[in-house]
Ligand binder design. Structure first.
Ligand SMILES: Cc1ncc(COP(=O)(O)O)c(C=O)c1O
Length: 443
């Protein structure tokens, strides 16, 4: 009898998260959150298109990332099958937010995190571990603290109306992360194994994935060099980890949902031969003060220019797209090429693939200059300008402050705006409203 009771108590303790999740899920389902989502679904105006949009992907237009080549002396890889889990105690569990739509960005974190250490001296990558969310302890000489030996990714988990949780093209994030690791002298790893560990983390903290399509769970994989030595050299110890954060809308936009930009050629974000095409922390710190300057001038984002001809490269932490009428009188979608100054955005790649497949207007990668923008505006040929990225999906632009002049962009004045069609098609895939090979369901 006593043994049976002891077993039951142990079972309950082990399964506490499932029980809590079950109770919370029932409460959530009874609350008006999911109802509201369904209603919003129905009420959402259908952006009318002149053409049918297929959810299938033509592989001709889809870029599969190149497999990573590891250094010969890297040592052993980690495997998801080795994953150990240390769950938070009931006292450590944090209350979940009440209103998913007012979450802001990256302010709250879930109960658990994923950690994988790399120590060359111990033979390479160590066993992955899920632990309660906790502070990291490191030596004050750790390379990340001195030389920004750091890189990160930004992904999202979306809850569909079917209740399933999905992530979007994680293979692309893993490939990008490994390229940044190579450039930073950090150890590379098997992306597939990391995604399997992430899937486990997501299933443990699954109740943190908002029950609405106005919010999602942001995933922040991070790789830092923790070697406790001051030499500017590759790090023989590293920590690969991921934290999760429920997020709402990324930007506080103007009343019509569009953003205004500061385009000041005195500032640049990336340069040839640099690392503008890698998602390294060192690219972001120098942008903060410029962003502050934009805000002080009542503008929401920075439009990053490059070169004598003031090329448009990126907007804030987004890729940029322009929809316009070209010299031949045809509608054309253009985005700057991956020439080293541009982060190879996964949203960017998806939009290029999708719109090429639609075949309804021209799509190309090419340089866009400020002179081109002003000429097109003067000739009434610039139709839309928008930023794209995981955080915002698509962010329309309605004004650029350039050399002291306000340029008004008619993005929001189009009858059938292409950026809305793109956003809707992408979010339909991400939230599982259509089945699509880009969406990976977390079991
Ligand atoms: C500088 C920069 N450009 C573009 C993007 C958009 O990339 P993605 O579509 O992969 O989120 C991001 C965000 O990751 C970024 O930080």
């Amino acid at each position: 009898m006593t043994t049976k009771m002891a077993i039951n108590a142990k079972d309950i303790f082990r399964n506490q998260h499932r029980l809590i999740r079950f109770i919370e899920q029932s409460i959530r389902l009874c609350s008006n959150q999911s109802l509201k989502t369904a209603q919003q679904q129905q009420e959402k105006s259908n952006v009318s298109a002149d053409f049918e949009i297929s959810a299938s992907v033509n592989t001709e237009y889809t870029h599969a990332p190149e497999p990573i080549k590891h250094d010969k002396d890297l040592g052993q890889q980690f495997k998801a099958s080795q994953l150990a889990v240390r769950l938070a105690t009931p006292q450590q569990l944090q209350p979940k937010p009440d209103n998913d739509e007012e979450l802001g960005f990256g302010k709250l974190f879930t109960d658990h995190m994923l950690k994988i250490y790399y120590h060359k001296s111990l033979g390479g990558w160590q066993k992955p571990e899920i632990t309660p969310l906790e502070n990291l302890v490191m030596h004050p000489a750790a390379k990340v603290l001195h030389y920004a030996v750091e890189l990160f990714e930004g992904m999202k988990a979306y809850r569909g109306l079917d209740g399933k949780i999905r992530i979007f093209r994680p293979d692309m994030n893993m490939a990008r992360m490994n390229l940044a690791a190579q450039r930073s002298g950090l150890p590379t790893f098997e992306g597939k194994e990391f995604v399997k560990c992430l899937a486990r983390l997501l299933s443990i903290d699954s109740e943190w994935v908002p029950h609405t399509d106005a919010a999602s769970l942001y995933i922040r994989p991070t790789l830092i060099g923790i070697d406790p030595t001051l030499g500017v050299a590759s790090s023989d110890s590293a920590l690969l980890y991921s934290i999760l954060s429920p997020v709402g809308s990324y930007f506080k936009t103007g009343s019509n949902g569009a953003v205004s930009l500061l385009a000041d050629p005195r500032y640049t974000r990336a340069w040839p031969g640099g690392v503008g095409n890698r998602k390294m922390g060192s690219n972001y710190a120098p942008t903060i003060n410029v962003q502050k300057e934009a805000a002080a001038r009542g503008l929401q984002q920075v439009l990053w220019l490059y070169g004598e001809d003031h090329q448009l490269t990126e907007v804030g932490t987004m890729n940029i797209f322009m929809f316009y009428v070209n010299e031949q009188g045809e509608q054309e979608l253009i985005t700057p090429p991956l020439n080293g100054l541009i982060l190879p955005g996964i949203t960017r790649d998806s939009i290029l693939s999708m719109t090429k497949q639609w075949g309804k207007f021209k799509v190309r990668e090419g340089i866009i200059t400020m002179a081109m923008v002003t000429d097109l505006l003067n000739q009434g040929r610039l139709l839309e300008l928008f930023g794209t990225g995981t955080a915002c999906v698509v962010s329309p632009i309605n004004r650029i402050n350039y050399m002291g002049t306000d340029l008004y962009i008619p993005t929001m004045e189009q009858e059938k705006p292409i950026h809305e069609l793109i956003r809707e098609t992408l979010t339909d895939i991400q939230y599982g409203k259509v089945d699509h090979p880009w969406s990976m369901v977390i079991d």
